[in-house]
Ligand binder design. Structure first.
Ligand code: ACO
Ligand code: LMR
Length: 638
């Protein structure tokens, strides 16, 4: 059920299904101008990208995009309280049901699409009606406005959809940042917007507003909206634009008779013109057709008037009724509400030359609305977005820390780890481990393929960068570039509790090598000393599932061949997974993302660049000239 006060009482976090930039931007503009600390949209389900770039005021902001709900980190799933479904009409049912089954703290949402099959709307209605079963374990009883709805708006607090407009100027004109006591709703999104402007133009303010959508079976019905208004302590008046067709208004009449709705209602029922036709015409909305007498605008108006509703005979009279709303109990501008206070501060002061509006306790001085608006209308997106560093206060800030402070106060391992993660490390243990890896990997003798390529390029007269690049280009699945794939093995193995024997057997059958296993030089009886140092670090951790799994794989592979040991790439991958999850509190989903972007391989590249550079300089010092093999050294196979 729709509980406005419950929504108003806490910060709401929205997930958008689909990406409709103007609507999403209007929500962020609303949030920004309402003085919120950050966007209410915290996740978007869409394909083909990792972020949607929007504006937060005049600055760029990235909203994370996930390909499916399954990709949402658990923390984000738990934070989401509302949804905005922007998918096409045919996809609304499946996507909405999946949302309801996946998100444990949903209060409700809005469906934007038109042409949602009626049976789909009914199925969604049955899914959320109180008492129905929902997989995610949460109780049913959510609200869903729509289909074909511009959504729900609670001034100064929530904009869930295109409601009140998608342009900052429209939002300003509609004063949707100043809470009031008049609830406004209608089937039509356009009419809802008009009513919001009508009410605020005559110096009243909105308590909440929504549009039911023009479908025959709106999931949230007018009756529910009237009951929500009745139970909302901030709402003192209800302004409703109805339409011919259907019986909603008669249900309202019954509620009024039962004194379940007692607040004063002003309404106008559109469609009186249909009486001039011999055969009742079908108006735009699916429900807007008076096939029976009581469905006509005239009949509904009469019935509403009979129970004391101010049901206007004309739109002019309707406007006049709205103008004459007496705001007896001024809703004091919620001084404690940081949103509204910040919005006014953001808008540079209070209202300029406006009459005192509902709830305002005093005429405040010049807010230059136009100045704020012109800034927002002139904003342009940056060419790049980066979270690593920026110019700030005349210095360079690196992952949030002033450059010199970081250089003089932080360990190299902390700096490397923070920059590669894109945020300050939480734990000194992480910094210590990363520094250890960086030191262990700098070189492994002039024999290894990457070092040799650097040395050959140096002796061919190439410059530092070219020779270094030659060595770096050698790093790959068999040499130095196996840390990432090894991390993938260990992450999957632990996540799926895979039996090590089965895992090795499956790889062998697929003729696939297990990254992180095997070495050309080291064997069971001649272990890699680096590996022992790395594994010893894991003993610092309370638990190390990834390291244990990697060791269990090694136990199987070394039983097959002595050189199939856990190599340095595999050991780093395992312990680093354990350190990041235990010490940096990084979730499995985020670890997967780090693997996807090659975070793990980055450490070998960074560290071994020192060794390759040393070999380059050494060869330049020796300058033995061009390196060339003899026919004896390169065999020829017939
Ligand atoms: N998983 C399964 N089987 C393996 C693996 C592995 N990781 N490595 C080697 N084998 C098998 C081969 O399939 C081959 O089997 P076969 O005799 O039945 O054909 C046998 O062991 C010998 O293979 P070689 O490639 O000749 O062995 P080599 O000692 O040259 O391999 C290498 C060393 C390249 C590291 C190999 O073990 C490998 O590819 N490992 C996976 C990639 C990896 O972890 N690389 C990082 C190494 S450490 C570093 O670069 C810093
Ligand atoms: C290295 O660190 O380069 C090695 O483990 C690879 C090798 O072939 O020695």
């Amino acid at each position: 059920m729709l509980n406005i006060q419950k929504i108003r009482s806490k910060k709401q976090s929205i997930i958008a299904l689909g990406s409709h930039i103007p609507i999403l931007q209007s929500i962020l503009d609303f949030d920004y101008l309402a003085g919120k600390e950050g966007p209410s949209v915290i996740a978007i389900i869409a394909s083909g990208r990792k972020n949607v770039r929007l504006f937060w005021g005049e600055k760029d902001v990235l909203i994370p995009v996930y390909p499916t709900l399954a990709h949402l980190p658990a923390s984000v799933k738990n934070e989401i309280t509302l949804f905005l479904n922007l998918t096409s009409g045919r996809r609304v049912l499946s996507s909405t049901v999946e949302l309801l089954d996946s998100l444990p703290n949903l209060l409700g949402g809005a469906l934007f699409a038109e042409n949602v099959p009626e049976k789909h709307s009914i199925e969604i209605f049955n899914k959320i009606k109180p008492g129905s079963r929902i997989k995610s374990g949460m109780t049913s009883g959510q609200f869903i406005v729509g289909p074909a709805s511009v959504g729900l708006m609670i001034p100064g607090h929530l904009k869930l959809g295109a409601i009140a407009g998608t342009d900052a100027e429209q939002l300003m004109d509609s004063h949707v940042f100043e809470p009031g006591s008049v609830a406004v709703f209608s089937s039509s999104g356009g009419m809802t917007g008009e009513l919001i402007r009508l009410v605020t133009t005559v110096q009243k303010r909105i308590s909440f507003s929504l549009s039911f959508g023009g479908d025959r079976f709106p999931i949230l019905t007018p009756v529910e909206a009237f009951l929500a208004a009745e139970h909302d302590p901030q709402t003192k008046h209800i302004v409703y634009f109805g339409e011919l067709g259907g019986y909603d208004e008669y249900e309202l009449v019954d509620l009024i008779k039962q004194k379940k709705v007692t607040k004063p209602i002003i309404t106008y029922i559109g469609g009186t013109i249909s009486a001039m036709f011999e055969k009742p015409p079908q108006f735009g909305h699916a429900k807007a057709m008076a096939s029976r007498g009581e469905e006509t605008a005239q009949a509904k108006t009469k019935a509403l008037k009979s129970v004391g509703v101010k049901a206007a005979q004309s739109f002019e009279e309707f406007i006049d009724f709205v103008k004459k709303i007496k705001i007896k109990d001024n809703i004091p501008l919620p001084d404690g509400n940081p949103h509204v206070k910040r919005a006014l501060r953001l808008l540079e002061g209070g209202l300029k030359n406006d009459l005192p509006y509902e709830g305002s306790t005093e005429r405040s001085e010049g807010r230059d609305v136009q100045k704020v608006l012109s800034k927002m209308q002139q904003r342009t997106h940056a060419l790049f977005m980066n979270s690593i560093s920026q110019d700030k206060d005349g210095s360079v800030e690196i992952v949030g820390e002033e450059m010199l402070s970081m250089a003089t106060k932080r360990s190299f391992g902390h700096i490397v780890g923070s920059m590669l993660l894109g945020r300050q490390l939480k734990s000194k243990d992480t910094a210590e481990f990363i520094e250890l890896i960086m030191k262990l990997l700098v070189d492994h003798g002039p024999y290894v393929s990457g070092a040799i390529n650097t040395m050959i390029a140096a002796r061919a007269g190439k410059d530092l960068v070219s020779s270094l690049a030659s060595g770096l280009l050698t790093i790959g699945p068999r040499f130095g570039g196996a840390i990432n794939q090894a991390a993938q093995h260990w992450l999957e193995g632990v996540a799926e509790s895979i039996d090590p024997d089965e895992y090795v057997e499956r790889s062998a059958k697929q003729n696939k090598r297990i990254s992180g296993i095997g070495h050309r030089k080291y064997r069971v009886d001649t272990p890699d000393p680096r590996v022992n140092v790395i594994l010893t670090f894991a003993k610092k951790l309370n638990k190390s599932p990834y390291t244990l799994f990697a060791k269990s794989i090694e136990a199987v592979t070394t039983a097959k061949k002595a050189n199939l040991i856990l190599n340095v790439d595999g050991a780093i991958a395992a312990v680093l997974l354990d350190v990041l999850s235990q010490k940096e509190k990084i979730s499995p989903e985020e670890l997967q993302e780090l693997i996807n972007i090659e975070f793990f391989n980055a450490l070998f590249v960074l560290s071994r660049s020192v060794g390759f550079t040393a070999h380059y300089l050494d060869q330049r010092r020796k300058d033995e000239g061009l390196f060339r093999l003899s026919p004896k050294e390169v065999g020829f196979a017939e």
